[in-house]
Ligand binder design. Structure first.
Ligand code: HEM
Length: 374
């Protein structure tokens, strides 16, 4: 199971105060129809089918019948050639909504199957991949953003902020092989959306149109946020992408999911007791829990005083220290629907940064998740 139904393996759930136990109990069920491959009709190459006696008349007869049969086959496959109509050459494959939904279903199924990873799901790291691909955007120069998938290349893939994202890229490789027509950049964003929806978050609309770019489009290091910083840094980084205070707080709710890893960022631990289910618990915990500096030799981070099993980054704590940010934390802590609505709106924009779409916003699609009714 890729989501909440799987027990949280690190034991934090057992320590969770009652009001923070994973609220969502829906089972992840996957409506991906099993593909059935009807057996191809067997060809009957019976040994005794070949003529045994050398009758030339019979051979001629067989030859003529074969020619006639071949002609009929050619006609039946190309009737327009004989009808006097203009024959248009078939264009390249143009994927439709159903094709992208099939990619979605395949990612969802892979999430369900690979429940051995981390807290039981690749979902959080897939979302982080989509966010780091998009969050390099600079509105002044129009550079960076989710077009290009340049994190595949050495300078950007090795940026400190992207440590650990190879796990997500490797997870998606077999899916890219299965659907070679989709660009890496569309696949990364579609998978981020799939991760959110399969972890019981809101629907995030999607439109394709991202193209992969070469190494020369890699963005310089330092465009993603640094967790050790304060509000000024957050406003500079997210302001460069075009986001305001409310949007910074709504985006940060993604930290209800996943965890920090000492071998990636250096920080350690999850933010909530249900790291594979999207809820507004991140905001509730920020406000209702007591937080203190963690005593350890790692980078400065906070831990909850009650269970010492949860964490907050310095940039997370800024959201309750800064008055302007705090009002939105309070709003989302009280109202999960308001959080889901604002989160969906801002993530849709985040994932489209820097993409020269040829279609309008009304061309966005919504994928069916495995929790939606058939
Ligand atoms: C506000 C500025 C932000 C900072 C400083 C920040 C920093 C971090 C850090 C240090 C980690 C731990 C990485 C690791 O050790 O594996 C992390 C994980 C994560 N971040 Fe953020 N982040 C920010 C905003 C966001 C946003 C906007 C999103 C998505 C919309 C996001 C989604 C995630 C997710 C899902 C994880 C968990 C990944 C996993 O479990 O492997 N973060 N973030």
């Amino acid at each position: 199971m890729a989501s909440a139904a799987r027990p949280f393996t690190r034991g934090a759930l057992r320590l969770a105060p009652a009001n923070f136990r994973a609220t969502a109990t829906r089972n992840a069920r996957f409506a991906v129809p099993r593909q059935t491959f009807p057996r191809q009709s067997r060809r009957g190459y019976a040994d005794n089918a070949a003529p045994k006696s050398g009758s030339s008349g019979l051979l001629w007869g067989i030859g003529l019948a074969a020619l006639g049969g071949g002609g009929f086959y050619y006609y039946s496959q190309n009737p327009d050639l004989f009808s006097g109509k203009e024959v248009k050459p078939k264009g390249p494959f143009t994927p439709k909504f159903e094709d992208y939904q099939q990619v979605y279903n395949t990612v969802a199924k892979a999430l369900e199957e690979h429940d051995e990873y981390d807290d039981g799901s690749y979902g959080p790291v897939l979302l982080r991949l989509a966010w780091h691909a998009s969050g390099t955007y600079d509105k002044e120069t129009g550079t960076g953003g989710s077009n290009g998938a340049t994190m595949r290349f050495t300078p950007e893939g090795d940026h400190g902020a992207n440590a650990g994202l190879k796990a997500a890229r490797d997870f998606l490789d077999p899916i890219k092989e299965k659907f070679p027509w989709i660009s890496y950049s569309d696949l990364w964003i579609l998978s981020g959306i799939c991760a959110i929806q399969e972890m019981q978050g809101p629907h995030i609309p999607f439109r394709p149109g991202r193209t992969d770019r070469d190494v020369s489009f890699c963005t310089p290091d330092g465009r993603l946020p640094d967790a050790s910083q304060e509000q000024k840094h957050l406003r500079t980084i997210f302001g460069r992408m075009g986001f305001n205070d409310q949007e910074i707080v709504a985006l940060s709710g993604a930290h209800a999911l996943g965890r920090c890893h000492t071998d990636r960022s250096g920080y350690d631990g999850p933010w909530t007791f249900s790291p594979t289910t999207l809820t507004n618990d991140y905001y509730k915990l920020l406000i209702e829990e007591k937080w203190a500096w963690k005593k350890w030799s790692g980078p400065k981070q906070f831990e909850d005083v009650t269970t010492k099993s949860l964490m907050m980054l310095p940039t997370d704590m800024v959201l309750i220290k800064d008055k302007s940010f705090r009002q939105y934390v309070e709003k989302y802590a009280k109202d999960n629907d308001a959080f889901f609505k604002d989160f969906a709106d801002v993530v849709t924009r985040l994932f489209e940064l820097g993409v020269p779409f040829t279609t309008g916003e009304d061309a966005r699609w919504t994928f069916k998740s495995s929790f939606d009714e058939a």
